[in-house]
Design a binder for this molecule. Sequence first.
Ligand code: NAP
Ligand code: GDD
Length: 334
Amino acid sequence: MKRAIITGVTGQDGSYLAELLLKKGYEVYGIIRRSSSFNTSRIDHLYQDPHNQPKLRLIYGDLTDGGNLSSVLNDTQPDEVYNLAAQSHVRVSFDQPIYTANTDALGTLRLLEALRMMKKPPRFYQASSSEMYGKVVETPQTERTPFCPRSPYACAKVYSHWQTVNYREAYGLFACNGILFNHESPRRGETFVTRKITRAATRIKEGLQDKLYLGNLEAKRDWGYAGDYVEAMQLMLQQDKPDDYVIATGQTYSVRQFLDEVFGYLDLDWHNYVVIDPKYFRPTEVDLLQGDASKARKVLGWKPTVDFKQLARMMTDADRNIARNERLVKEHNK
Ligand code: NAP
Ligand code: GDD
């Protein structure tokens, strides 16, 4: 049985990856941060087994604490480590650049150093990002497209990307970068634009709110489904040789088109509800992302199974259920 550690297990991708690895028969350890409130809602179904058998084991840890990472690795001796933990919000990285660098850049280095010290270093996956292409120099973007980062978050991810390549080349670690383009799901954090839209649109439909405040509607993203993307992460670590891969759908759509899709599906006209609030503009924006995942298709045999329309509808259906329940509770309490 393989043993894996996932950092960032409480996040969107961590929860889908834990599910996938457990399904494949792995023993899975997740690193979680101490929080003053519960932060395990995305993974509760994975460790609250009806027979009280812990399926997913959780260990406290933090990417800002190198000693802790070392002891977790030495105690568990995993075969694979997936580094998904990050301050992952691009807008927030402009407000908290140093914290973001500490976690997203130095955090990866702490992990790589801890791995390097091990007698038998596990295979390592680094969550790189299409955000690194920033002010893109070509479209579509491939593994060979130069990076041009436009945010503190992207700069930190570029640092981690190159450290991962360096540890692979200098110390022979089996270390891979997955350059993942935006991927979403019903478990997406509520402040990322897709989820913010599906949540607000369904609450508007249920009469629970009447406005949606957004920033730049013209930005274009290559949006895929998180459940598909975690499969690519696992596949990367099963290859004969470590390498870096772009994971994307190859299609790009604007925020405006996402609004059309979601509000249209709910028979609403978003123009009646959306208000532009400059607070959501970024000091520097990434205007267009569109990935070319040919290498992953060829080498990993990976391809996306959910397209833009299906993704928008899947997220809208899930949020409609939540909004409907919220309305019923509200009516019941009147
Ligand atoms: P997410 O939902 O924001 O999850 C981030 C996870 O990191 C959470 O579990 C969070 O814990 C944890 N975390 C944050 N700071 C930490 C720290 N200092 N130490 C330990 N854990 C920490 O992000 P996601 O969408 O699942 O993305 C997963 C990874 O892929 C991230 O590295 C992200 O930057 C990268 N990525 C995402 C996308 C995308 O479109 N989703 C695309 C490319 C790359 P809490 O739950 O306690 O906050
Ligand atoms: N979050 C947010 N909120 N974004 C908005 C809003 C708003 O109210 N209004 C417009 N946008 C625009 C942003 O300016 C950006 O151009 C686009 O919507 C997407 O924003 P996000 O959903 O926050 O995602 P992101 O592309 O900045 O970053 C995500 O994808 C990266 C991969 O390219 C995150 O998941 C990163 O962690 C990830 O690396």
